[in-house]
Write a protein that binds this ligand. Structure first.
Ligand SMILES: Nc1ncnc2c1ncn2[C@@H]1O[C@H](COP(=O)(O)OP(=O)(O)OP(=O)(O)O)[C@@H](O)[C@H]1O
Length: 274
């Protein structure tokens, strides 16, 4: 369970990116975080593991108050939080297997990581994860030889290799085509449910979020203005989150998406998308 209480962030520039945000995510629930550019989505995700230092408020991962940890304890706590990034953040010249094993770097000694000698149990786990994400035949390939979708699968396996208790995912499909995006979203949500992981996905694509997540959080100008199931994300709520002009433009833009279906999907059964 993740619990965020009254989280605030004011950057040195004076920008108030989060104005007292509170919510919790129970184990196994996949939450999509939506909102216009500048709403504070990245700041929120990064405040949870303190890549960005919150100005005020608390973040609890189960019973652990992450906001109160000193450096050493924070480092240990971060092992428990898996991150998946838009640009995959792989080490290009290393193999797929080495990239997945790098998820264990927080656990093994400096010497083990320097010599890249990981315990057999870690290697076995990495093979099992590669199989789960559909890449067992690619373990020895260099990361830069993979397609975008395959690279994101490596990113997912790497995050899981660290045995996380929480997943934070930042725009996982922004660099992918529509079909691959759906495959990746399906994989992420299946795995989170299988492993009972609370998960937050920062996602720009509203129909894609609606089709796959359990719950949506809508941020607008640093405030939570929607918290509910995808089915309650009506046109008027979306207009409130994005503003009339931007939401209308977004819908128009998305008609250019695959099969011109994206905008219509809001009113259609999610199953139609998958
Ligand atoms: N390092 C920073 N220093 C100062 N202000 C920042 C910094 N990072 C973000 N901000 C400001 O905080 C606000 C929220 O930004 P944030 O990147 O969290 O929004 P976002 O919803 O993730 O946007 P996007 O969808 O464009 O990534 C914006 O006003 C932004 O300009």
């Amino acid at each position: 369970m993740l619990r965020v209480e009254n989280l605030r962030k004011r950057y040195r520039t004076g920008d108030e990116a989060l104005k007292g945000v509170s919510f919790s995510v129970p184990a196994g629930e996949v939450v999509g975080l939506i909102g216009p550019s500048g709403a504070g989505k990245s700041t929120l995700i990064r405040c949870v593991n303190r890549l960005v230092e919150p100005t005020d408020g608390n973040v609890f991962l189960n019973d652990l108050n992450i906001t109160q940890l000193g450096r050493g304890d924070l480092k240990r706590a971060r092992r428990r939080i898996g991150m998946i990034f838009q640009e995959f953040a792989l080490v290009e010249r290393l193999s797929v297997m080495e990239n997945v094993l790098s998820g264990r770097l927080g656990y093994v000694s400096f010497w083990q990581s320097f010599t890249r000698r990981f315990p057999q149990a870690d290697v076995d786990k990495a093979f099992a994860l590669l199989e789960r994400v559909g890449l067992s035949d690619h373990a020895d390939k260099r990361a830069d030889a993979l397609s975008g979708g395959q690279r994101q699968r490596v990113g997912i396996a790497r995050a899981l290799e660290q045995d996380p208790e929480l997943l934070l995912i930042d725009e996982p499909t922004a660099s992918l085509d529509p079909k691959t995006s759906r495959q990746i979203m399906r994989l992420i949500t299946e795995i989170c449910r299988e492993r009972n992981l609370p998960t937050i996905i920062n996602i720009h694509d509203v129909p894609l979020a609606q089709a796959f997540v359990d719950r949506i959080l809508g941020l607008q100008d640093g405030e939570l203005v929607f918290d509910g199931p995808p089915s309650e994300l009506t046109e008027s709520v979306l207009t409130r989150i994005y503003g009339e002009e931007d939401w209308t433009t977004m819908r128009g833009d998305q008609d250019d998406g695959e099969d011109g279906r994206s905008a219509r999907l809001i009113k259609e059964a999610p199953a139609e998308l998958v």
